[in-house]
Ligand binder design. Structure first.
Ligand code: ATP
Ligand code: TYD
Length: 237
């Protein structure tokens, strides 16, 4: 496999073509953004930590029967993935109230959500990723109703696998965002799963161990990501 030209540079990752039209290289950079890119900072080791974190989670999910784009980790900061036709809809599941939900509905942070909630957001930075619903997604052609049903089922299946994985490490999986795409017509989990796109709290102290440390200026961002990784069995050396 040969890495070719850069196709896209996002806020945290860069995407490269390869000599195989079905495969891409994802480069996890140290860049960290919050508030739609309003705040940007480079955090040493972040690319390496998120690349290893994501590889571990994607392999775990694949092992649990969830189709993912992940092929293999290539280096400290790069992974090989299947090239997907991305669906511009973000799927969010919440087990506990936090972030946008607390702001929007005025519920208490940390309230247990039974059953867990499922929300859709349009992937559109210029519009600040607005919340949408299945009707809007279908009407505007972002996803079909069958694709939405499948994405929802897979997102909840991920919840069962990861809630337990993190619980075993003394962590609460508060919420997370997933992105899906199509590979040869099949819905496949894409993008990444790392503490950048989810909330994780220490089960006892409820200390935040995810990107909220960056959003809220709490410091120790990458140290927290590494601590989470260690607790679920990832080595970073
Ligand atoms: P956001 O942070 O809102 O997700 P971004 O575009 O800045 O947006 P990055 O993670 O920096 O996000 O960029 C990675 C890009 O690669 C994303 O647009 C993501 O949808 C896309 N992507 C991820 N996995 C694949 C894949 N397997 N095939 C094609 N594109 C992918
Ligand atoms: P949410 O609380 O709606 O938004 P915010 O974090 O901006 O207050 O987010 C729920 C979870 O999904 C949280 O762990 C962050 C993640 N997420 C993203 O990573 N990117 C997104 O574009 C969205 C909508 C959510």
């Amino acid at each position: 496999m040969e890495k070719r030209q850069e196709l896209y540079a996002g806020k945290a990752k860069s995407v490269y073509a390869t000599d195989d039209p079905d495969l891409l290289v994802l480069h996890f950079r140290d860049d960290t953004s919050a508030f739609d890119g309003e705040r940007m900072e480079s955090l040493a080791r972040k690319g390496m930590v998120n690349n290893r974190f994501n590889a571990f989670i994607m392999e775990t999910l694949q092992g649990a029967g969830i189709p993912t784009h992940f092929v293999k980790r290539l280096s400290d900061t790069e992974s090989l993935v299947k090239r997907l036709e991305m669906i511009p809809v973000e799927c969010v599941v919440r087990n506990l109230a936090a972030g946008g939900l607390v702001k929007r509905l005025g519920v208490e942070e940390g309230k247990e959500l039974v059953p867990p909630t499922f929300e859709l957001f349009l992937k559109n930075d210029a519009l600040h990723d607005p919340m949408i619903n299945e009707s809007l997604a279908e009407t505007f052609g972002w996803a079909t109703s069958e694709q939405l049903a499948e994405m929802k089922a897979l997102t909840f299946k991920v919840n069962e696998v990861l809630k337990q994985l993190f619980a075993d490490g003394g962590l609460l999986l508060v919420d997370y965002k997933l992105e899906f795409g199509l590979f040869q017509g099949q819905i496949v989990l894409g993008d990444e799963f790392s503490p950048d796109g989810c909330r994780l709290w220490d089960a006892e102290t409820r200390n935040k161990m995810d990107k909220d440390r960056f959003r809220q200026g709490l410091g120790g961002v990458i140290e927290a990501y590494e601590e989470v990784g260690r607790r679920i069995g990832i080595g970073f050396d």
